[in-house]
Design a protein around this ligand. Structure first.
Ligand code: PEP
Ligand code: MG
Length: 321
C-alpha cells in the first residue's frame, strides 16, 4: 500500500461522479503480479499464460502449470484475475504447437485455433487453471484469445465449465467477433477487447511492421466503431439474457489516458494495462463524469481520422493541456 501511494495510485479508481471503473494490470508472471499489486492494480485484466509454455519443446505438466498460475493468483487474493488461455502462434510461435511454415502466421492457426490441430492442450490447461483457482482466493475469470465465431465462443465456454471454472469469456480481437458480440455474449460471460490485434486485423496491417505503425493506431475510426459495436452487442446480449455481460479492454489502448476516457464513454467497464500506466489513467478519469466520457466518445466517433479523433478528445480534456 505504501508503494502504491508513492506511485500515485492506491486502487479504487472512480470518475468525478463516483462511477467505478476498476483499473487492472496486464501481467505474465508471479513477479509481474507482485509489482502490479504494489502499484495499486485492482486485479489482473490479462494474465498472459504464454510465459509458462515458451522456450520449451514439450507441454508443461499439470503441476508446472498449477504452480505458475498460483504464483499470480496468490498476489490477488479476493480480487479478480482474468487469465487467458494459451495464445501461441503469429508473434508467439511454439515448436510443439504451431507450424512455422504457415504463409500468413497472423491469419493462421493461433490462439484458440490450436485446439483444432493439437486437441487436449486447451482442456489440460483449463484443468490446471481450475485446480489453481480452487486452491487460491482470487476470483478467476478465464478467456480465450482469437475467438472469431459464436460457435467457438460456445465451445470454449463449454470446455471451461466442464473443467469447473465458473466465469468464461472471450477476447474480442478479430473484427468478426466485434460485429457479432450480441450473439457471442449469449454464449459467454464477458468480453475483453484486445485492441492490439483488433487494430491489426481491422487495418490489415501487421503489428510487427514499423512502416505500418500509423495504421496500427487504436484511434483509427474503424477501430473505435468496432469497439462501439462490441459494447452495443454486449448491452443487447445483457438485455436478452437478463445477465450483465461486461466488456473490458486489455490492449495498449487502455494505457492511453485520453483514449481510456473514450473507452469508458463507449461502455467499457474495466481497463487493464501495464502497471506503469495506472497513475496517469486514474488521474485523467478522475476529472470526468460518465456523461462527459460519453460526449468524448461521440466526438471521437465523429472524427474522420485517427489524428482528428485524438486532437478533439485531448482538446476537450483540460487536464491534458
Ligand atoms: C491484444 O491483442 O490487444 C492483446 C491484449 O493481446 P496480445 O497483445 O497478447 O496479442
Ligand atoms: Mg492479441
Amino acid at each position: 500500500q505504501a508503494a502504491a501511494l508513492a506511485a500515485g495510485f492506491a486502487g479504487n479508481n472512480r470518475l468525478a461522479d463516483g462511477h467505478a471503473v476498476p483499473l487492472l494490470a496486464n501481467v505474465a508472471t508471479g513477479k509481474d503480479a507482485a509489482k502490479a499489486a504494489a502499484a495499486g492494480a485492482e486485479g489482473v485484466g490479462l494474465l498472459r499464460t504464454e510465459f509458462c509454455f515458451l522456450d520449451r519443446d514439450t507441454e508443461p505438466t499439470h503441476e508446472e502449470q498449477v504452480a505458475a498460475y498460483t504464483a499470480v493468483f496468490r498476489e490477488f487474493a479476493g480480487k479478480k484475475v482474468v487469465i487467458r488461455t494459451l495464445d501461441a502462434g503469429a508473434d508467439k510461435p511454439l515448436p510443439f504447437l504451431t507450424n512455422a511454415d504457415e504463409p500468413n502466421p497472423a491469419l493462421g492457426v493461433r490462439g484458440y485455433r490450436t485446439d483444432w490441430t493439437s486437441p487436449g492442450v486447451l482442456a489440460r490447461q483449463l484443468a490446471a487453471i481450475a485446480q489453481a483457482a480452487q486452491e487460491n482466493e482470487a476470483e478467476i475469470w478465464v478467456m480465450a484469445p482469437m475467438i472469431a465465431t459464436t460457435d467457438e465462443a460456445a465451445h470454449f465456454t463449454q470446455l471451461a465449465k466442464e473443467a469447473g471454472l465458473k466465469t468464461a469469456g472471450v477476447m474480442v480481437e478479430v473484427p468478426s467477433a466485434a460485429l457479432t458480440s450480441s450473439h457471442i455474449l449469449q454464449n459467454a460471460d464477458f468480453a475483453s477487447l484486445g485492441t492490439n490485434d483488433l487494430t491489426q486485423y481491422a487495418m490489415a496491417a501487421d503489428r510487427m511492421l514499423g512502416p505500418l505503425a500509423h495504421l496500427n493506431d487504436p484511434w483509427q475510426p474503424a477501430v473505435l466503431h468496432l469497439i462501439k459495436a462490441t459494447c452495443d452487442g454486449a448491452a443487447a446480449a445483457s438485455a436478452a439474457t437478463g445477465t450483465a455481460k461486461p466488456v473490458g479492454v486489455c490492449g495498449e489502448a487502455a494505457a492511453d489516458p485520453a483514449l481510456a476516457a473514450v473507452l469508458v464513454g463507449l461502455g467499457v467497464t474495466t481497463l487493464s494495462m501495464s502497471p506503469r500506466a495506472l497513475t496517469a489513467v486514474n488521474r485523467v478519469l478522475a476529472t470526468i463524469t460518465v456523461e462527459e466520457a460519453q460526449r468524448l466518445a461521440a466526438q471521437a466517433l465523429a472524427a474522420p481520422t485517427a489524428e482528428a479523433a485524438r486532437d478533439a478528445v485531448r482538446g476537450s480534456l483540460p487536464i491534458l493541456d
